[in-house]
Design a protein around this ligand. Structure first.
Ligand SMILES: Nc1nc2c(ncn2[C@@H]2O[C@H](COP(=O)(O)OP(=O)(O)OP(=O)(O)O)[C@@H](O)[C@H]2O)c(=O)[nH]1
Ligand SMILES: [Mg+2]
Length: 307
C-alpha cells in the first residue's frame, strides 16, 4: 500500500469527523455566514484549534464560491490552506554528514512513542542507505523493559545499543554513547530518555544534565532535540510542547499514533502556534509506519481527499 493510502487510512477517524461536520454545515448547499460559522466549529471540534479555524473560515469567506457549492469543493479549498499553513514546518530528518555523529536527544511524556520512533527512524534511514551507522543510547534506565525494547530495535536495524545497569545515570550513559559514536565514526547517535520521573523538576534536571554532559564533548550537541507527541492526546499535546520547550531546546516534533486517533487535526494547531518543524508522523506500530512529514499529503488526508 502506498504511503499516502496508509496515511489517509490512519487519518480516517480524524477526517471522517471533519468531512461529516462540513457536509452537515453545508446542508443548505450555500456558503453563507452561518454555514462558514458551522464549518469553523467543525474545524475546532476536529482539534485544529480556534486560531487556525478562524483563519481557515476567513479564507472561505474570501473565496466567493458559487451558490451551489459542494462539500468536496470546500474541502479542496480548506486542504489548500491547511497545506500552506503546514508547508513551512514540514522538514523530514536525515543525519547531517558534517556532524558525524549527528546527536539527537529524543524526549516526550511516557508512552508517547519515543522508543518506537527511534527504532522506526533507524529502520527508515538504514533502508535509505544501508551504510548509515547508528548508535542508540538506552537513556531510559528506570525500567528494564525499556532497555530490552530498545535492544530489540537495535538488533532489527543493525544499530549498536549502549545500555547500563537498571537505574544507571542517564547522562553518564549518553556521554559514553557520544564518545563511542565519535570514536567509531557513527553517523547518528539517538538518545532515548525516560518519559516520567518522580516529577517534572526531576525530569527537567535529568534532561538538563544530559544536555550539559554531552555538551562537554561537542558544544553544539545535542544537534537536535525531537519531541515525540501522541496524537490521541489531542489538545493536551499543545501543553506538552509548552512544557518541554521550557526544559530543552526542542528542534523538531514527531506526531505518533495518528492511526488510533480522531484528533490528528491537532498537528495543524501545533504548527500554527509553535512553528516548530514536524519531522515525521507515525501511523502504526511496525517498522514501516513512520514517514517524513509531508504537508500536502497530510492536509488532503485530513480533509478526506485523494492525492
Ligand atoms: N498505533 C500506533 N502505536 C504506536 C505508534 N507509535 C508507538 N506506538 C505504540 O505506543 C506504545 C508506546 O510506545 P513507546 O515507543 O514504548 O513509547 P515511549 O515514549 O518510549 O514510552 P516510555 O518509554 O514508557 O516513556 C507502544 O505499544 C508502541 O507500539 C503509532 O504511530 N501508532
Ligand atoms: Mg520508551
Amino acid at each position: 500500500m502506498s504511503w499516502f493510502r496508509r496515511l489517509k487510512e490512519g487519518l480516517g477517524k480524524s477526517s471522517s469527523r471533519l468531512v461529516d461536520g462540513i457536509a452537515r454545515a453545508l446542508g443548505s448547499g450555500r456558503l453563507d455566514d452561518a454555514t462558514v460559522q458551522e464549518i469553523e466549529d467543525a474545524l475546532i471540534a476536529a482539534d485544529l484549534g480556534p486560531a487556525v479555524a478562524a483563519k481557515l473560515a476567513g479564507g472561505l469567506r474570501q473565496k466567493k464560491f458559487d451558490k451551489g457549492v459542494s462539500g468536496e469543493a470546500v474541502r479542496e479549498s480548506l486542504a489548500e490552506d491547511v497545506a500552506a499553513l503546514l508547508q513551512p514546518v514540514a522538514r523530514g530528518f536525515a543525519p547531517d554528514p558534517a556532524k558525524k555523529p549527528h546527536i539527537v536527544l529524543v524526549v516526550g511524556v511516557n508512552g508517547s512513542g519515543k522508543t518506537t520512533t527511534i527504532g522506526k527512524l533507524a529502520h527508515r534511514l538504514k533502508a535509505a542507505s544501508g551504510g548509515t551507522k547508528i548508535l542508540m543510547v538506552a537513556g531510559d534506565t528506570f525500567r528494564a523493559a525499556a532497555v530490552s525494547q530498545l535492544k530489540i530495535w537495535g538488533e532489527r536495524t543493525g544499530s549498536t545499543v549502549i545500555a547500563g545497569a537498571e537505574g544507571a545515570d542517564a547522562a553518564g550513559l549518553a556521554f559514553d554513547g557520544v564518545t563511542r559514536g565519535r570514536s567509531e565514526g557513527a553517523d547518528l547517535v539517538l538518545i532515548d530518555t525516560a518519559g516520567r520521573l518522580h516529577n517534572k523538576a526531576d525530569l527537567m534536571a535529568e534532561l538538563a544534565k544530559i544536555v550539559r554532559v554531552i555538551g562537554r564533548i561537542d558544544a553544539a550537541a545535542p544537534h537536535d532535540v525531537l519531541l515525540v507527541l501522541d496524537a490521541t492526546t489531542g489538545q493536551n499535546a499543545l501543553a506538552q510542547v509548552e512544557t518541554f520547550k521550557q526544559m530543552v531546546n526542542v528542534t523538531g516534533l514527531v506526531l505518533t499514533k495518528l492511526d488510533g486517533s480522531a484528533r490528528g487535526g491537532v498537528l495543524v494547531a501545533i504548527a500554527e502556534r509553535f512553528k516548530l518543524p514536524v519531522v515525521a508522523v507515525g501511523v502504526g506500530e511496525s517498522a514501516d509506519d513512520l514517514q517524513p512529514f509531508e504537508a500536502r499529503g497530510f492536509a488532503r488526508g485530513l480533509l478526506g481527499l485523494e492525492t
